[in-house]
Design a protein around this ligand. Structure first.
Ligand SMILES: [Fe+2]
Length: 288
């Protein structure tokens, strides 16, 4: 019997009665999809997965994407990247440890960003290193009307590393020189029709049609609002956990508060989402 158990937070639910190592029935897939849209983060417990099992489970949610940071690709399953704080020799790797540090949503530097991301714990630290989430529907819905009115209808440029060149060491020079993409600052979800804050501190470069200083100030005010604890929930990892989250209506970040001499490694894959804007709108916004 499949059961969706809310975790008593602004987002997040646990799915019980599903074994991610087994094929999903159409009825269970529909239940999980509805829960994913409602709760934004879903957790499946007590099921250690091989790389192939993880890939096969993730494929239930759509088309899986290879990642821009090629050096972290899984050698046999190219839809999977490792999120790890270890280098090839098993030593601490600061660039790896800091990937995903800072609020963001995945692949926002693509014109068709990731719809969902899945993570499965492979090696977990003894404490800390949670993955934190923030509900961007709620951030938008509860936002003061004055701030809302300054963001509604705005577009922004996005690129890997954003305005502050965050963690560029994780990707190649060629990847760093990719052209900017454009997304609405306030995004309407293609399935639920609800609005959420889509700009994020890791990938947003600037709001278009506005000076950089003005954009920086408005984005800083927006981020401060969106990062309020009342919108958040944290996944405390246990061996055998797999999670899937919404990138269209939630932010996430790693917590770098664990003992750094301990390994922290995950399988990760992303599910392709929709283009946010058509090419003509992107062109116009880039020229503004
Ligand atoms: Fe991420």
């Amino acid at each position: 019997m499949t059961e969706i158990v809310k975790l008593g937070a602004p987002l997040g639910a646990e799915v019980r009665g599903i074994d991610p190592r087994l094929p999903l029935s159409p009825a269970d897939a529909a239940t999980i999809h509805a829960a994913f849209l409602e709760h934004l983060v879903l957790r499946f417990r007590d099921a250690p997965l091989t790389a192939r099992q993880f890939r096969d489970f993730a494929a239930n949610f759509g088309t899986l994407q290879p990642h821009i940071a090629k050096r972290y690709s899984h050698p046999d399953v190219n839809e999977i990247v490792f999120m790890t704080n270890r280098d090839g020799k098993g030593e601490f790797d600061e660039v790896g440890a800091k990937r995903g540090l800072g609020w963001h949503s995945d692949l926002a530097y693509e014109q068709a960003p990731a719809k969902a991301t899945l993570l499965h714990g492979v090696a977990l630290p003894s404490r800390g290193g949670n993955t934190a989430f923030a509900n961007m529907y709620m951030a938008y819905e509860r936002m003061p009307a004055t701030l809302k009115s300054r963001l509604d209808g705005r577009y922004a440029r996005f690129r890997y590393g954003g305005r502050h060149k965050v963690n560029l060491g994780a990707i190649s020079k060629a990847a760093q020189e990719r052209p900017d993409v454009v997304h609405p600052v306030i995004r309407t979800h293609p399935e639920t029709g609800r609005k959420s804050v889509y700009a994020n501190p890791y990938h947003t470069y600037a709001i278009t049609g506005m000076g950089l200083a003005e954009s920086d100030a408005l984005l800083a005010e927006t981020y401060e609002w969106c990062a309020r604890p009342e919108f958040q929930w944290e996944q405390v990892w246990r061996p055998g956990d797999t999670i899937i989250w919404e990138n269209r209506s939630a932010w996430h970040t790693v917590r770098l508060d664990y003992p750094l001499d301990e390994e922290r490694t995950f399988f990760r894959t992303t599910v392709l989402g929709e283009r946010t804007l058509d090419a003509a709108t992107v062109e116009r916004a880039l020229a503004a």
